[in-house]
Design a protein around this ligand. Sequence first.
Ligand code: PXP
Length: 244
Amino acid sequence: MARKLRLGVNIDHVATIRNARGGRHPDPVRAAFLAAEAGADGITAHLREDRRHISDADISALIERIALPLNLEMAATPEMVEIALRHRPRACCIVPEKREERTTEGGLDAAGHHDALKPMVRRLSEAGIRVSLFIEPGEHQLQAAKSVGAPVVELHTGAYCDAEGEARARELARIVEAARIADRLGLECHAGHGLTYETVGPVAAIPTVTELNIGHFLIGEAIFVGLAQSIRRMRELMDQAREG
Ligand code: PXP
């Protein structure tokens, strides 16, 4: 029996456009309200160490004003843990972060950072925050996520979305297998990165995946059809894929 599939709308790039000029427009909080009306189940925002898009003030405003649960994406640093503990979002997704990257490239090395991650996951969890680790779809990282005590993993779908033809089918098979292993290990399984109307269906169809986090494509598509319409269409495609 397929579980309910939630859509988390990532609003980082509303802030990217705002920051291109400074000032307040467009406002990520307004985007979050609109996303809620259009069928989003949650709002995702990545507070990067260099604050290139979402700012600390955005996180405060989102926590205070939106009704949807906030999923705070963050690097595994003491500064970010303190911010998360101060704001207590519903969820935190721990991601790898490099200053020179354009977006989150690759998953977290949960195995390599086991000893640093374990106490962080524990502190966040004790504060009532549901912690996920953004990892590559592979057994080694899934086992490591389990071993550091994370209740949730988010599988990186970037390689699948970037690939074409047979290579894409191979990447999809890795995600399907990883979702199966996550289920066996008792880990809640999310997925995201790079998803579009074209690539979302096969990932949404995996019955044990319970949340997709999607941003860049939705905000880009909003330029042409409006944000509400781009989110509604994504929601429709997810639901259709899920229903088979
Ligand atoms: N999930 C995680 C962990 C991410 O870091 C990102 C990008 O911020 C996304 C999902 C959304 O990716 P995209 O913007 O490519 O849809």
